[in-house]
Design a protein around this ligand. Structure first.
Ligand code: PGA
Length: 248
């Protein structure tokens, strides 16, 4: 059985001192050793303090991005070995905000996935359509392309351990959640695609999250769907409400 996974994506929020306060506030509310895996994906500068504070609680630390080289003259970038050394276990790759504001292509995302795996980091690979694409009826064509390229030359064994986050762009930060049926439809189709690209065991093992305005009120319904194994949570991960989502 797939272990459920709820990850907070803090985005560009929380100074190190604010991060400390939030993690301390969440500590008594969240059991990181329960049935659901819990991850805080935090800005790079918050990684040391968050790693220290979650140590021993069962909660894992994730990064929000990485670069696809190990080291060198890439001013401003952060490498996989740096993340590993700082205690990071997961890394979000290909979030729609990175695709839109930093022009990350599917090919770049594939390079980042490879680099993360090479160093033992678990990628959380994001995909999702815009409102235009949904209205044109090309949601699955678009997502299939995103996933196929992101997973180019990635082995079945690696895919079994990674996480795919389905995040419709129109639902991110808008308060407009996909209905649980809409989310299930796409997450189910993603699992079918993994079966088509690999095999049934791999499709059964890969964990698929839904993301986009998940909150304490809608999480239970979303997570009750057979192909939704948890959530990637933005806004609601910055408050105590995140514990309600984990507990859902
Ligand atoms: P949101 O963000 O929960 O604020 O909609 C989700 C995400 O971008 O991962």
């Amino acid at each position: 059985m797939r272990k459920r996974i709820v990850a907070g994506n803090w985005k560009m929020n929380m100074t190190p001192s604010e991060a400390k306060k939030l993690v301390e506030e969440l500590k008594p509310l969240i059991n990181g050793n329960g049935d659901t895996e819990v991850v805080y994906c935090v800005p790079a500068i918050d990684i040391p303090i968050v790693s220290e504070l979650v140590s021993g609680t069962g909660v894992s630390v994730g990064a929000e991005n990485l670069y696809f080289e190990d080291k060198g003259a890439y001013t401003g970038e952060i490498s996989a070995p740096m993340l590993v050394d700082a205690g990071v276990k997961y890394v979000i790759i290909g979030h729609s905000e990175r695709r839109e504001y930093f022009e990350e292509s599917n090919i770049i995302i594939n390079k980042k996935v490879k680099k993360a795996l090479e160093h033992g980091l678990i990628p959380i690979i994001c995909c999702g359509e815009s409102l235009d694409q949904r209205e044109q009826g090309i949601t699955m064509d678009f997502i299939r392309q995103q996933i196929k390229v992101a997973l180019l030359d990635i082995s079945a064994d690696a895919v079994k351990n990674l996480v795919i986050a389905y995040e419709p762009i129109w639902a991110i930060g808008t308060g407009k959640t996909a209905t649980s049926d809409q989310a299930q439809e796409v997450c189910g189709a993603i699992r079918d695609l993994i079966k088509e690209l690999y095999d049934e065991d791999t499709a059964d093992a890969v964990r698929i999250q839904y993301g986009g305005s998940v909150n304490g009120g809608n999480a239970k319904e979303l997570f009750s769907k057979p192909d939704i194994d948890g959530g990637l949570v933005g806004g609601a991960s910055l408050k105590a409400e995140f514990a309600d989502i984990v507990n859902a």
